[in-house]
Design a binder for this molecule. Sequence first.
Ligand SMILES: NC(=O)C1=CN([C@@H]2O[C@H](COP(=O)(O)OP(=O)(O)OC[C@H]3O[C@@H](n4cnc5c(N)ncnc54)[C@H](O)[C@@H]3O)[C@@H](O)[C@H]2O)[C@@H](O)CC1
Ligand SMILES: [K+]
Length: 514
Amino acid sequence: MSLGQQKAPKAGESRPTQPLAAGNGEAGRPEGQRLSPLALLSVADSRVMDAQAERLSSALPEELMQHAGSAGAHEIMRHYAPCRVLVACGPGNNGGDGYVLARILRAQGWRVEITPALPPQTPLARAMAARWKGAVVPFSPQAAAEAELVVDAVFGAGLSRPVSPEVAAFFAAADRIVALDLPTGVNGDTGQLMGEVARCERTVAFVRRRPGHFLLPGAEKCGFTRAAEIGMPARITTGFPVRCWRNEPGLWRLPRQHPLDNKYTRGVVNVCGGTVMPGAALLATEGARRSGCGMARIASDPAHAGVFRNGPPGIIVDTAPLAELLTQPHRKYWVCGPGLLPQEAGTLFPVLLEAHCCVVADAGTLDWAREDPQKLRGAAVLTPHDGEFARVFGPVGPDRIESARKAASLVGSVVVLKGYTTVIAAPDGRVALNVHATPALATAGSGDVLSGTVGTCLAAGLPPWEAACAAVWLHGEAGRRAAWSEGGWPIAEDIVAQLGNARGTAEKGTDDPG
Ligand SMILES: NC(=O)C1=CN([C@@H]2O[C@H](COP(=O)(O)OP(=O)(O)OC[C@H]3O[C@@H](n4cnc5c(N)ncnc54)[C@H](O)[C@@H]3O)[C@@H](O)[C@H]2O)[C@@H](O)CC1
Ligand SMILES: [K+]
């Protein structure tokens, strides 16, 4: 397209972002949208798909199981040299997958034995067990210890109560384990452990991965995870109402640079400056600038503006009263909280909401709303870590997704629950899980950088959930890059310095096929 054909963005307006295939605008999702590779399937989602498959054709469930077992067998053939394999099968369809896998590996000349943790109970598992013509050994820790590779086909999506000590002892004795769907004992929706769970080397999921593959403590038990296509018909997967995704580029898309851009079309981010911790506001402002906004400004009271004015030269410092600033153009996007005392947040935040600003509430603003979440109603995005979340909403429960979802719905804001797995929940129930990060991000000021980055993504025109997802990913990518260049120990300024590179990487999209 020539420059002449391009529509110039209007000054003061961000260019609209393109609608996306995955999560963007899911509530108003067009009919016939394909299942995103980033989708994560809950246990209930799989049940719905299974039931639909059964209704579509009575032969389909068996075909799906054949494909699931085959996908598991091929994963093993791809990553392991032929060895002595023991396939531990449970009573349900996870066990059924195991019988299929065993048959395929054996047909390829591998030495394979089956050990039934419990006898097959579902019709499909029974049918697959009946086709097994190889060796069957008693279910014992000794058998597990003697195998070179153990396949975990004991429980998957159907796990409904803690695993027995016998099952736990079996897997504890195994040296190398490959799991089908989930390591036995990991809850697919929450990542919680139901009993003692052994660490697997690999986990092969079917259709798509599950939230439990990404949430601690279960995530640590899964090893390398991969989703295998098993031939679930497009008639079922197309338009399937997924509510949870992995957070990667493709779930959202930030605007690229445009020949007709100016600093206003790229977005202006305003940051509230406080009196006692100016560094936090400066880091938020730098996070906003480095992640690509066109301009970042700090609003400060005149008595404390000096420290901001002595900061980086590209920051503009405003000292007019907030109510007066809000009458000026380019005052829509605000970051309110980094470096603010709760009482300072309490004088600024309500004024911003009153003026219908789009506000990221962090740090001091969250503390101001201690035990009173309704004070935050009207914010676009909240960015609590677990401690801040607990002070506002009560402790994060064992179901991290549900905790964040409830909080988002209660307040009507996007909630970014920060941690090893950051959960980004929208009031309408959409959730993204971000593991594109590093523990090296756990350094003072890192959260301030994130809140500024959220401000940039909002000012770029992304809706709040997409903006929060994009910012969390950029922050994680910048943290990884900073960790790499700083021997694993970056500080907040190092993270800031990598945000431009992170945004460039986000433009290239993800190469993770799911
Ligand atoms: N759509 C899909 O994703 C597909 C799923 N398939 C497989 O089907 C599996 C789900 O099958 P099921 O629903 O039969 O579930 P499972 O095979 O996980 O097991 C359910 C059975 O185990 C029992 N059980 C649960 N927890 C127990 C415990 N702690 N101790 C003793 N017994 C316990 C239940 O009462 C039930 O009888 C998936 O994990 C996957 O492996 C595949 O066969 C193909 C298609
Ligand atoms: K399993």
